[in-house]
Design a protein around this ligand. Sequence first.
Ligand code: HEM
Length: 239
Amino acid sequence: MDWNWNSFLFGGVPYVFIMIAIVGTIWRYASNRYSWSSLSSQFLENKVLFYGAFPWHFGIILILLAHIFAIFFPGVVLAWNAEPVRLAILEVSGLALGFLAGFGLLMFIYRRLTDSRVRAVTSSWDVLIIIVLIIQVVTGVLTAILFKWGSSWFAASAVPWIWSVIVLQPDTSFIANLHIITKIHIFNAMVFILLIPFSRFVHFLAFIGPLQYVFGRPYQLVRWYAPRTRRVPNIRQYK
Ligand code: HEM
């Protein structure tokens, strides 16, 4: 692979960011696992938060699931899109979800700007995170609007690039010709991954917690607590 800006940003940097994110996550879990949250400000202001949080999470989670689905089943997406009506349904639904997430984000920003109590607890990290999210949603929606049938070419060109990175054979030629707006979208997604362990994005990993229930949680250890002076009854004597 020839080295140029493309291969540097999309063939080398992803590994640096992913390694930092993995080490950072382990460090944060080991050193301060009880800080894995998004530090709620709900008790300071709840109404606008609700109108932001619901559309934001509904929109962004479905969009992310769609991205992930296409990464694992690009053939299914392409087969679905082979029928123009189905392609239109997918694209319009994606756009609607993108706008929904964008609306939620605008509510978050409005809330942070207008509520003095929420503004008082807003850190530079929060500002950085909102900027990263705005860039992600705006470049995603612009990509969907400007470069038609993104769901198809995502499956045909972005997905092979993602897999080439996963199997440690980065091939940036798959995405070399994408527009700068889409490249910003892809690079910013890597910045998002990089920031996860160091910011309130870490609450995104909270899904790991309940997984232990799916894969069999550890046995519960039950102890008897009895005052030292009292004799623990010998159950055999009641038989
Ligand atoms: C943190 C991860 C990511 C988030 C939160 C995210 C978010 C979004 C959003 C909000 C949209 C707009 C949806 C729409 O209006 O249709 C979008 C579209 C898109 N994203 Fe992402 N994205 C992420 C990662 C990526 C990555 C890594 C790639 C490529 C390698 C990518 C490629 C695309 C493409 C091609 C579209 C346009 C889809 C279409 O036209 O239907 N995204 N994304």
